[in-house]
Design a protein around this ligand. Structure first.
Ligand code: SF4
Ligand code: SF4
Length: 175
């Protein structure tokens, strides 16, 4: 049986095909690197039109919507410990304990008098469904949704965040 013979037109065709495919690959590569080579910010409206579809996370991050619902934060200095947020929470992930102060503790930034001190203000973000109801009922707007969405932890218990300003020993003393 004789070995296949390659004629020069076949070789030329192969080289031409190889050249075309390399050219095409280079075009796509250039397109995908374009926004990065031109140092376009990810917020530029043309970033994904001619560029990459995969983000180099965490180096690149999409801006989050201003009304997005992400990690909760309580500015405890403005909290009057009214318990409204805990009552509104559909999954009971807010735990609040308070003590009455002998005299007013000051005022919140919207002028409400603080009469209670929080000995515990915990939110279990592992249970939270980010419905945002707690933030809507808060009379002092101290409970807010932040833009932070990446808060992976190694230990599940770390998802319980503590906002009370009191130290654990003070907390136990008031129980
Ligand atoms: S966002 Fe919803 S689920 Fe999460 S703590 Fe607030 S009320 Fe509860
Ligand atoms: S509703 Fe607002 S002020 Fe009232 S306990 Fe919750 S966070 Fe504090």
């Amino acid at each position: 049986m004789s070995s296949p013979q390659y004629t020069s037109p076949t070789l030329l065709n192969s080289l031409r095909t190889l050249g075309k495919s390399l050219h095409l690959a280079w075009q796509h590569l250039y397109k995908s690197l374009g926004p990065r080579l031109r140092k376009l910010p990810i917020t530029d409206s043309t970033y994904f039109r001619t560029g990459p579809t995969t983000l180099q996370y965490p180096r690149e991050q999409l801006p989050v919507p201003t009304r997005g619902r992400y990690r909760l934060h309580n500015d405890i200095d403005d909290c009057i410990v009214c318990d409204k947020c805990a009552q509104a929470c559909p999954v009971d992930c807010i735990e609040i304990e308070a003590i009455k102060a002998p005299s007013p503790l000051g005022q919140t930034s919207n002028g409400m008098t603080k009469r209670l001190a929080a000995t515990r203000f915990d939110i279990d973000l592992a249970k939270c469904c980010f419905c945002g109801l707690c933030t809507t009922v808060c009379p002092t707007q101290c409970l807010t949704m932040t833009p932070e969405y990446d808060y992976s932890v190694f230990d599940w218990a770390e998802h319980k965040v503590h906002f009370a300003a009191m130290a654990p020993e003070e907390h136990t003393a008031h129980k």
